[in-house]
Design a protein around this ligand. Structure first.
Ligand code: GLP
Length: 240
């Protein structure tokens, strides 16, 4: 695991965008795994700026997002589908048919999850997976638990995550209590993983990740078993 400690959030975002742009440069038809949450917004802004400067071309790139609330309408401004379009897809030249976000509107969520895993395999797997981390150590919506689930699946959100995500909703009661999430397997099968961690609130989760111990009580620690992980964090998350 390579760890890059940056002075600021802006620096962390620039580092992340550089690595993602290098991936697209190296393999223009690559498959990117993308994340939501406030953490990657700076990196997405950098990528949009690079695209506008003619430094990066997304026309052959395919994306798979990590997760989505369930149930939620795609046009709800708190859906991850909406978030990704608003922060990235609407500002770059990726064709809509190459964008994959789990659909929180479907009547059969189990089928949606099974189909998603099939599509990832059909596209040859994920070349570069971008991750954030929950303050309780969750990745995507794989929450701390006695057992973790390998396949993409429907899951409940913990109180801590509902509480953390309430800041985006008018009322905590509006936060969906379920989600569709990539399981641990498609994440761990990504050829390269880039995890961004910033702010004091993430210090405990980052410390557990860097401790080298593996526990389902902190799902991110599973990344210690992957052979190509880059952690980019800021000083606040690193030092606490
Ligand atoms: C959310 C998402 C995760 C994200 C995490 C951290 O609930 N499901 O993919 O990494 O929580 O979010 P933030 O970056 O806003 O702290």
């Amino acid at each position: 695991m390579r760890v890059i400690v940056c002075d600021t959030y802006e620096e962390m975002s620039k580092e992340a965008a550089k690595i993602m742009a290098a991936q697209v440069h190296l393999k223009p038809n690559c498959v990117l795994g993308l994340a939501t949450g406030s953490t990657p917004v700076g990196a997405y802004n950098e990528l949009v700026a690079m695209y506008k400067n003619g430094e990066i071309d997304f026309k052959d790139v395919t994306t798979f997002n990590l997760d989505e609330y369930y149930p939620i309408k795609r046009n709800n401004d708190q859906s991850y589908y909406y978030f990704m379009h608003d922060n990235l897809f609407n500002h770059i030249n990726i064709p809509e048919e190459r964008i994959h976000v789990l659909n929180g509107e479907v009547a059969d969520p189990e089928k949606e999850c099974a189909d998603y895993d099939k599509h990832i395999v059909e596209h040859g797997g994920i070349d570069l997976q971008l991750l954030g981390i929950g303050r309780n150590g969750h990745i995507a919506f794989n929450e701390p638990d006695e057992n973790l689930v390998a396949a993409t699946h429907v899951t409940g959100l913990t109180e801590d995550t509902i509480d953390a995500n309430a800041r985006f909703f008018d009322d905590i009661k509006d936060v969906p209590t379920k989600s569709l999430t990539m399981g641990m397997a498609p994440i761990m099968k990504a050829r390269k993983i880039l995890i961004l961690i910033n702010g004091k609130g993430k210090h405990a989760a980052l410390s557990k990740l860097l401790s080298g111990e593996i526990s389902t009580s902190c799902p991110a620690t599973m990344l210690n078993m992957h052979n190509d992980v880059v952690v980019i964090c800021d000083k606040e998350a690193y030092n606490g």
